[in-house]
Design a protein around this ligand. Structure first.
Ligand SMILES: Nc1ncnc2c1ncn2[C@@H]1O[C@H](COP(=O)(O)OP(=O)(O)OP(=O)(O)O)[C@@H](O)[C@H]1O
Length: 260
């Protein structure tokens, strides 16, 4: 496929006797929002972990920028433009919104001791650049948060914390954003609001590709352009929301799970 930004071929991930990804083939296209679906334990998070370099695949390739990323470090993959959020919050609650978001750009920061001690003016200028950049990002994503930049994250609601996590991932100006169940633990209304924010970001950052793991079907229907469904680590369906929900294999995978 010519507009594929990421090409996954024959990807397999085994944990001892368990095959979490089984000869997976999929493409992530430039600028799309791709939904990654599947019953619990079907391999969705494992795919994110392999793609971001946390796990090394047992076999297969993931081609990005013409190179296979398998075997690269998480830092290298992150620097090349792949950012993610996690199912469980990774925010540091006593730190401010600013601190938590700026950590997302750690790899681009000048942070050597010599720089901090002897180049005070440059340090100050960099700090001010970051304040501006964080304000700008929050301005796109959630304007009310701009005025609360220096408040500790622990004083924020769940939805605002999720917004802060997404902004942290966006701070590195990724080309691919991986969102692992962003609606987890939120109410229906909060989920709806967060998706509005994500759509807003998409409309401003046109080239950004997003892969969304999500169990809420109405979220998937609303914000994805294409979906891939996994079951036992294999791709069982691919297409628009309407296509995959009409697919008998998908229905069996989900109903089978309910019946179990
Ligand atoms: N580090 C690991 N060691 C051993 N087994 C693992 C590890 N990580 C994942 N697995 C197993 O791999 C399978 C796929 O898990 P994964 O978390 O990728 O599923 P998932 O589709 O993201 O599920 P959920 O929707 O519940 O988050 C599961 O059987 C899981 O127990």
């Amino acid at each position: 496929m010519s507009d594929a930004m990421i090409e996954v071929r024959n990807l397999t991930m085994r944990f001892g006797g368990l095959t979490a990804l089984d000869n997976l083939q999929l493409d992530i296209r430039r600028g799309e929002v791709l939904g990654l679906l599947g019953p619990n334990g079907s391999g969705k998070t494992t795919f994110f972990n392999v793609l971001t370099g946390l796990y090394k695949a047992s076999a297969g390739t993931i081609t990005y920028n013409g190179e296979n990323v398998i075997g690269k470090t998480p830092q290298d993959i992150y620097r090349s433009g792949v950012a993610r959020t996690f199912q469980r919050s990774r925010l540091s609650l006593p730190l401010t919104v600013f601190d938590n978001i700026v950590i997302g750009d750690y790899q681009h920061m000048q942070h050597g001791l010599v720089f901090n001690l002897f180049r005070r003016q440059a340090f100050r200028a960099e700090y001010e650049r970051y304040v501006e950049a964080v304000r700008e990002l929050l301005g796109i994503f959630s304007p009310p948060l701009v005025n609360r930049l220096f408040e500790p994250v622990e004083s924020f609601t769940m939805i605002d914390r999720r917004r802060i996590e997404v902004c942290r991932a966006l701070m590195s100006r990724p080309r691919l954003l991986l969102l692992d169940e962003p609606s987890a633990g939120m109410t229906h209304d909060e989920t709806h609001e967060l998706m509005d924010d994500i759509l807003q970001v998409r409309s401003q950052l046109k080239d950004l590709s997003v892969v969304l793991i999500e169990h809420e079907m109405n979220v998937i229907e609303r914000i994805t352009e294409r979906c891939v469904v996994l079951n036992y680590g294999k791709k069982i369906a691919e297409g628009t929301y309407a296509e995959i929900t009409a697919d008998p294999d998908v229905q069996t995978a989900y109903l089978g799970e309910e019946a179990a």
